[in-house]
Design a protein around this ligand. Sequence first.
Ligand SMILES: Cc1cc2nc3c(=O)[nH]c(=O)nc-3n(C[C@H](O)[C@H](O)[C@H](O)COP(=O)(O)OP(=O)(O)OC[C@H]3O[C@@H](n4cnc5c(N)ncnc54)[C@H](O)[C@@H]3O)c2cc1C
Length: 447
Amino acid sequence: MSKNKPKVSVIGAGLAGCEAAYQLAERGIAVSLYEMKPEKFSPAHKLNGFCELVCSNSLRSDRLQNGAGLLKEEMRRLGSIVMQCAEESRVPAGGALAVDRDIFSELVTKRLSEHENITIEHGEVTSIPDAPAIVATGPLTDGAMLEAIEAFFGEGLHFYDAVAPVISAESLDMSKIFEGSRYERGNDYLNCPMDEEEYFTFINNIITAETAPLHEFETPRVFEGCMPVEVMAKRGPMTLAYGPLKPVGIVDPRTGKRPYAVVQLRKENNEATLYNIVGFQTNLKFGEQKRVFGMIPGLENAEFVRYGVMHRNTFINSPGKLTPWFECIAKPGLYFAGQMTGVEGYIESAASGMLAGIDLALKLNGEQSVDFGSKTAIGALGRYVSCYNGSDFQPMNISFGIIEGLSNAPRNKQERYTLIAERSLGIIDSIAERTGLNGAKTATECE
Ligand SMILES: Cc1cc2nc3c(=O)[nH]c(=O)nc-3n(C[C@H](O)[C@H](O)[C@H](O)COP(=O)(O)OP(=O)(O)OC[C@H]3O[C@@H](n4cnc5c(N)ncnc54)[C@H](O)[C@@H]3O)c2cc1C
C-alpha cells in the first residue's frame, strides 16, 4: 500500500459498499469502511454483519441467457467478493443462485475485516465526506445523510418498495404441497397448487384485504418489479395467474396435470426450515396476510416468521449527474454506488460498487478508467444510470434490454442471448487479461 495515496472513505457496508471497498483494497488503496450497524439499524436490516440481504435470499438466475446470470458471471471473472462469498454460502434453488443469508454476511464481514488495507469504522455518518469517497448508504438512507445528499443534488429522492413474508417449513401442510422446480430443473421449490375455484376465491379476498397505512409522504410511487401482490391482483383477475402464480412448466405429480395456478415457496436457508413466498411482496396488514395467504393450499396454519412490509426507497436522479463509473460529475473523486444510484437489485448494487471501486482505484493509481462499454452487462448498467435520456428515470434491473444488441441477430431469443453473452464475456476476459484492469483505454462518455 502506498503511503502517499489518500485513504478512501466508503460509507455503508452493504452490497455496493463492500464490493467497492474490496476492489479498492485489492488494488493497494487504504479504505475506511463506515457502517452504522450495530449501533443503528434501518427498518429492514436485522443482522449485525455486512452485506445483508434484507428480503429475498436469491441473487436470481444463474443462466447466461438471463441478464442477472450474465452480470454475475462477469463479476466472477472480475474478482467480485460478493460472488465469491455467494458461491461459498450457496443453497439449492434450481437455476438461481440463492444463499444462506447469515453465512453470506458472515463471510463478507470476515474477509473485509481481515483485509490489511481496510479499517472498519462503526457509527452513523451524517454528512457527505471529502473526496476520495464512495457513498453507498442504500435505498433506506435516512436522517442527516439523506438531507445531505438531497441538498447536494438539490432535489428530494424517494419512492416505495415492498418485501415478501417468510414462513416456517414445519408449519406447512405437506399433504397439499409438492416439491419441484419449473420445467423439472431440480427439486428446490415447494409448490402450492390451486384449482380454478381456489384461485378466484383467493383473488376476491386479496383485492379487498386491508393494507397498512403509509405514514410518510403522498401517494406512493412503487417500482414495477416490487409491486405488492395485492396491487397486481387489482389490475385484473388473471394478472397473478399470468404473473407470480403462473403454472407454466409445473406438473402436479399427484394428478399428472398442470394446476390452474401455483404459489411457489423458495428456501430461505440450507436447512430448509424457512421459506419465502415467491412474488408475494406486500403491504397488507399483518392480520390480513395471515388470513388471505392462509387461503393458499398448504398454508392454512403457516407460521409467519417475518411479515411482508412496504418501505421507502431513496434514489438519485443520476443521469447527467454521475458518470458510467458512478463518479459525481460535479465533484470528481466523489462516487455514489448501490441502489441509491438507480440500479435495482442486490447484484446490480454490488456491480455498481464494483465499477466505482475499480474506477476510483485506477484513478488513485494514476491509471485511466476502463471502459466496459455497452456490450457487457456491467457496462450497460453504468450507462443506463448515467446516460438514460427519457423523462422519468426509474431504477433498473439488469436485462438484455439495456445491453447493446447484435447486428444480424438470430430471431431465436435463446440463441441471440447466448451470442450476446459470449461476446460480453469475451470483452470482460480480454480487459482482465490485457490489463489486469490497469489502464485499458480512455473512458468514453455518453454517446
Ligand atoms: C426492504 C427491501 C427489500 C429488498 N428486497 C430485494 C430483493 O428481494 N432482491 C433484490 O435483488 N433487491 C432487493 N432490494 C433492493 C436492493 O437490492 C437492496 O436494497 C440492496 O441491499 C441494495 O444494496 P446497497 O449496497 O445499495 O444498500 P444496502 O445493502 O442497504 O447497504 C447500505 C448499508 O449502509 C449502511 N448505512 C446506511 N446509512 C448509513 C450512514 N449514514 N452511515 C453509515 N452507514 C450507513 C446500512 O446500515 C447498510 O449496511 C430490497 C431493498 C429493500 C430496502
